[in-house]
Design a protein around this ligand. Sequence first.
Ligand code: PLP
Length: 379
Amino acid sequence: MTTNVAPRTIYADNAATTRLSERAFESMLPFMLEDFGNPSQPYAFSRSTKRAVRSAREAVARCINAEPDEIFFTSGGTESDNWAIKGFALRDASQKVLTTSEIEHHAVLNSIDAMRVIGHRTHLLPVDSDGTLDLSAVERVDFGDNGLMSLMFANNEIGTLQPVKQTCDIAHDRGAYFHTDAVQAVGHVPIDVKDLGVDMLSASAHKFNGPRGIGFLYVKNGTPLSSYASGGAQEMGKRAGTENTAAIVGLATALEQNCGKMSETAARLRDLEDELLSQLDAAHLDFRRNGTNQLPGLLSLSFCNASGEMMLHRLDLMKICVSTGSACDGANTQISHVLKAIGLEDDYALGTIRISLGRDSTSDDVSRIAASIIKIHSK
Ligand code: PLP
């Protein structure tokens, strides 16, 4: 008698979201059932939640070398990006110059576009074929005296790490402020806000094994920014609303955990990337890897004359989760704005999948992913 054991699901879409770490989950539990007090209340019962939010803010600050009063908890990356851009543009009635790259996440692109519609000046700067920002284009921008440059730390579709420090220096030389959407990078690559010199930085917990629906915006002291939500005095009067204590604690636990093992995890992911690429190479498939200097574990692969969407569905039937463009564009079969911006030919662009390995990924996973892709292309 033969028994068919269904293969377990391989999750290779960590750029879309990650599995909550057990340690983060456990750190959240007391604040859901027992310590549920509102941190703003003065009685003794709320002291533990107040203390927990304070120590989470301190832990996050330590992980990126910021001051605790520069960390503002938000609902995630989208809110942090919206706040950085709209809070900068709408702080007074003057016209601002808002500049970004063509390959940003839509949380940045659409926020900047919303500001253009109401009269602010905006610029979208080009990237090269690897998705790296053209620094000479930044040099040519006239930021006036009310400028903001926003550049993502790492691209969510192709993984390219951007020249953040150099771009920030150029923006500052021209009197502009600098924001980076570091949603894909925080918890995965070292980030020191003081060394980089950035004025604002967006992050989201569910990208670094924390809970969904919580993130933060780093705002360097002295950066001109209006409050995001009006109401109570939470988040130093800048972002009203009762704190989600459990999620804040989970975010800090996950970030500390990831930062403590960052180089070890990155080295392991690089090895897994090499294994995957060499197995695909050995099968003589016609494919390219997009980007350069990519985030650890992120592989954007374009297969000639294939359909990325078809590959995604075939892999899904084989219990393997990958993405075509970015997850946020998941329902969209059009060539993504990122692949268009890097000038990838349609023959390759339409056959693009994003495999994003994470800290749970194994060598066996990679072999099964490679074998499945080879099988799809052999028919
Ligand atoms: N910015 C980047 C680069 C992202 O990859 C994402 C999510 O995929 C976001 C912003 C939005 O983050 P969130 O899902 O936490 O709103």
